[in-house]
Design a protein around this ligand. Structure first.
Ligand SMILES: [Cu+2]
Length: 189
């Protein structure tokens, strides 16, 4: 039978998978992608219309004959300076995971493009799924409930005994899972 530890490990794995699946991919510029758009504020408007969390990723899609993606400091962002890059991407389809809260600054390093608006300031919020610690002390996970019922030792001989207890553990597991899911739902939605 699965031990409490195994069940908890499974539950935490499920939570981690749920957390991963909830991490968003933000395609920069949406259908326009990463390009020279008409309005100099387009990427600022795009970024301000959404929330970025640690664990989310940005997807820059562009024609890499004409553009690239350069991560820069705040000062270099302000002055459109691409010469002291923190990181440079040039594949034309670059996925960048946001690994820390705070600002990420990106611009196109092709001369003139940043100045006419091809830059974006991404403000990353802490990860929303900081709920893992609160799920661990669930009393139903403890194996103490079957002995508390003071079963006679004859339960060994009845085939219903072990089946019943595994059914109980299944129930407690599914209630754990639904508790976890409702916690996830509470924190995410
Ligand atoms: Cu460009």
């Amino acid at each position: 039978m699965a031990s409490t530890k195994t069940r908890m490990a499974f539950l935490l794995t499920m939570l981690a998978l749920l957390g991963l699946s909830l991490a968003a991919v933000h395609k920069v510029g949406d259908s326009s992608g990463w390009t020279i758009m008409g309005d100099i504020d387009d990427y600022a408007n795009w970024a301000s219309a959404r929330t970025f969390h640690v664990g989310d990723s940005l997807l820059f899609e562009y024609n890499n004959e004409f553009h690239d993606v350069v991560e820069v400091s705040h000062d270099d962002f302000q002055s459109c300076t691409a010469t002291s890059a923190i990181a440079t991407y040039a594949s034309g389809s670059d996925s960048i995971t946001l690994e820390r809260p705070g600002h990420y600054y990106f611009l196109c390093g092709v001369p003139g493009h940043c100045q006419i608006g091809q830059r974006v300031d991404i403000l990353v919020q802490p990860a929303p799924s900081s709920i893992a610690p609160s799920t661990s002390p669930s009393p139903s996970a403890l194996p103490s409930s079957p002995p508390a019922r003071a079963n006679p030792p004859s339960s060994e001989s009845t085939p219903g005994g072990p089946a019943q207890s595994s059914a109980l553990s299944l129930i407690s597991f599914s209630s754990q899972l639904s508790l976890a899911l409702s916690l996830v739902a509470f924190f995410v939605f």
